[in-house]
Design a protein around this ligand. Structure first.
Ligand code: NAD
Ligand code: ZN
Length: 352
C-alpha cells in the first residue's frame, strides 16, 4: 500500500505556548481508515502559525504542537476507507484538516463553521513536518501539473482571500481596498482581485511592498506608515472619490479594523479576515446606517472554494512572490514576520 515510509522525521515542534520552537526528530504517524499520509515537500508560513506559537487567540492549541497549514506534497499512504485518492497523488493540507460532514453547517458546505472541525497546525499536528495526516474528505486535490512549492501559499492564503473576495460581493469593474496587501494573504488577494477584474487599492507600508503590490496588479498604494489621513487617501484613490466597493482586511493590527467603515463606499462591504490579538472592529453607527454598509467576517473556505482557488492557480492566473528556506530556519521566518519584514510569503522546504 505504501512506499518506504521512515519511522522518524524532522519537525518543528511548539513545546509550550510562547515558544521557542524546537527542530527535532519525531515519529511518523500512520493514517486512520478515513485519512491519508502526505509527504509534505513544501509548506507556506502563515501569520496564523505565529499567532498559534504566541497564544494570541482565545482558543488553546494542542501541545506539543507541530504548526503549519499550507502543506503541499505527495500522498504516501491511504486508509482502508479511502477510495478516491491513491499513493503518488499530489495532496494539500489546509487549515480545515477535517470536519464532521454531518452537522447543520457541514451539510450546507459551511465546513469551517463545524464545531468539531480539526484545525491543521492548531488542534491537530500540521505541515511543519515531513509526513502529515489529513482527513481524506478534506485533503486538497492538487493537479499533477502544479508546482508544489508555488502552490503551497494557495492552500491557506489563496483559499482565504478568494473566499473573502467572493463574500465581499465585489463585481468586475468595481474597486477593492486590500488592507495588509504586502503580506502573505494580501499578496495573494492582489492576484485574485486582479483575476476577478477589480480595481485594487493596496494598503501597507514601505517601498518594497508598494513595488510588489504594483507588480501584482494594484493600481494604487496607500502607505499607512506615512499617510497623514488614510481614510481620505483611500477615498481619493477611487475614480469618483466615494470609496471602494469592498474592503478586504488582512492586516495584523487593530487600527485598520477601526477605520475601514469610514472609507468604504455607501452600500459597500467590509470583510474582516485578519485576526490581530484581542482586537475589536469599530464603526460609527450614524455613517454605517446612512451609508447602508455591510461588515462581515470571512473564515478560510469550504472544499469547493478550495478547489476553485487551486483551479485559478492551475490556470496560471495566480503568481504571487515567495521566498524559500529550510524548515530548520522557521524560527527566523517568525522573527521577520513579527517585525512585518516579509513582503509576500515564506515557504519552507521540509528536506532542509
Ligand atoms: P503577514 O504578516 O504576512 O501580513 C500582514 C500584513 O499586514 C503585513 O504586510 C503588514 O505590514 C500589514 N499591516 C500591519 N499593520 C497594518 C496597517 N495598520 N494597515 C495596513 N496593513 C498593515 O500575515 P498573513 O499571513 O497575511 O496573515 C494576515 C492575518 O490573517 C493574520 O492575522 C492571520 O492569522 C489571518 N488569517 C485569517 C484567516 C481567516 O480565515 N480569516 C486565514 C488565514 C490567516
Ligand atoms: Zn493560514
Amino acid at each position: 500500500m505504501s512506499a518506504a515510509i521512515p519511522k522518524e522525521q524532522w519537525a518543528q515542534v511548539v513545546i509550550k505556548t510562547g515558544g521557542p520552537i524546537e527542530y527535532k526528530k519525531i515519529p511518523v504517524q500512520q493514517p486512520g481508515p478515513d485519512e491519508v499520509l502526505i509527504n509534505i515537500k513544501y509548506s507556506g508560513v502563515c501569520h496564523t502559525d505565529l499567532h498559534a506559537v504566541n497564544g494570541d487567540w482565545p482558543l488553546p492549541t494542542k501541545l506539543p504542537l507541530v504548526g503549519g497549514h499550507e502543506g503541499a506534497g505527495v500522498v504516501v499512504a491511504v486508509g482502508d476507507n479511502v477510495y478516491d485518492i491513491k499513493v503518488g497523488d499530489y495532496g494539500g493540507v489546509k487549515w480545515i484538516n477535517g470536519s464532521c460532514l454531518s452537522c447543520d453547517f457541514c451539510q450546507q458546505s459551511d465546513e469551517p463553521l463545524c464545531a468539531n472541525a480539526l484545525l491543521s497546525g492548531y488542534t491537530v499536528d500540521g505541515t511543519f513536518q515531513q509526513y502529515c495526516i489529513a482527513k481524506a474528505a478534506h485533503m486538497a486535490r492538487i493537479p499533477k501539473e502544479c508546482d508544489l512549492e508555488a502552490i503551497a501559499p494557495v492552500l491557506c492564503a489563496g483559499i482565504t482571500v478568494y473566499k473573502g473576495l467572493k463574500e465581499s460581493g465585489a463585481r468586475p469593474g468595481q474597486s477593492v481596498a486590500i488592507v495588509g496587501a504586502g503580506g502573505g494573504l494580501g499578496s495573494l488577494a492582489c492576484q485574485y482581485a486582479k483575476a476577478m477584474g477589480l480595481d485594487i487599492i493596496a494598503i501597507d507600508a514601505g517601498d518594497e511592498k508598494r513595488e510588489m503590490t504594483k507588480q501584482l496588479g494594484a493600481q494604487h498604494f496607500v502607505d499607512f506608515s506615512t499617510s497623514k489621513n488614510v481614510v481620505s487617501d483611500v477615498k481619493a484613490a477611487t475614480v469618483d472619490g466615494l470609496g471602494p466597493h469592498a474592503v478586504i482586511l488582512v492586516a495584523v493590527n487593530e487600527k485598520p479594523f477601526q477605520q475601514a467603515a469610514e472609507y468604504v463606499r455607501p452600500r459597500g462591504t467590509v470583510v474582516a479576515i485578519g485576526l490581530p490579538a484581542g482586537a475589536y472592529l469599530r464603526a460609527p453607527v450614524f455613517e454605517s446606517v446612512i451609508k447602508m454598509i455591510t461588515i462581515k467576517g470571512s473564515y478560510v473556505g469550504n472544499r469547493k472554494d478550495s478547489a476553485e482557488a487551486i483551479e485559478f492557480f492551475r490556470r496560471g492566473l495566480i503568481k504571487a512572490p515567495y521566498k524559500t528556506c529550510g524548515l530548520s530556519e522557521l524560527q527566523n521566518v517568525y522573527k521577520m514576520m513579527q517585525e512585518g519584514k516579509i513582503a509576500g510569503r515564506y515557504v519552507v522546504d521540509t528536506s532542509k
